[in-house]
Design a protein around this ligand. Structure first.
Ligand code: GRF
Length: 193
């Protein structure tokens, strides 16, 4: 991704809105020797996001912005990220759509994880739609973020088999377990590691 790992790890921010299980797995990964990134900042649009507890537990700086005025929130965010020398952003269950202006500021340095085999099932309620269409497989995708929703270059995907008994909850759980492994692998791949 045009970033050199060098000696220091790449300072990374994770954006969340809810549980933060992907944040937890990224923090765990970042503490391994093989990780090219460190997690130095957590952003949430939701002050009640459970995932914010991981920022507290691991003493990571955080910022909560409500995004009611998107432009204002994003401008505050850009300055706080720059102040913290953030070089890379991992979206992990972040439910707000970032503006073109924001994405351009961090061009090629924003990754996202999506719980489907993109380009299929972009957007919300993926598991429900997948099951309604009687798909045999679903999965998850890590991709670069561009200005179109869930449409940036795909880095890695993991396929998950759907069983006849699956509900959107059980499928979601199966896929989430794979997400936790896929995100670190995709990060390694972006650094050719
Ligand atoms: C994940 O399924 C992710 O793919 C989607 O939102 C969910 C976030 O889960 N975008 P968590 O907050 O990381 O537990």
């Amino acid at each position: 991704m045009g970033l050199s790992t060098g000696y220091n790890k790449i300072r990374t921010a994770v954006f969340i809105s809810g549980t933060g299980s992907n944040l937890k797995s990224l923090i765990k990964f970042s503490k391994t020797n093989k990780s090219p990134i460190s997690i130095d900042f957590v952003v949430s649009n939701n002050s009640k996001a459970k995932g914010l507890n991981y920022a507290k537990k691991f003493k990571i700086n955080k910022k909560v912005l409500n995004f009611q005025n998107k432009k204002l929130s994003e401008n505050k965010l850009i300055s706080v990220l720059i102040k913290n020398n953030i070089e890379m952003i991992c979206l992990a269950g972040f439910m707000k759509i970032l503006s073109k202006n924001f994405i351009k500021k961090f061009k090629g340095k924003i990754l996202n994880i999506h719980p489907s085999l993109l380009p299929k099932y972009k957007g919300l309620n993926t598991h429900e739609r997948v099951l309604n269409n009687r798909e045999k497989f679903s999965g998850c995708t890590v991709h670069f973020v561009n200005t179109r929703l869930d449409s940036g270059k795909i880095i890695l995907q993991k396929k998950v088999r759907i069983s006849k008994k699956d509900t959107d909850t059980s499928l979601g759980k199966k896929i989430l377990a794979q997400e936790h492994k896929l995100y670190p692998k995709a990060i390694l791949k972006t650094f050719n590691l």
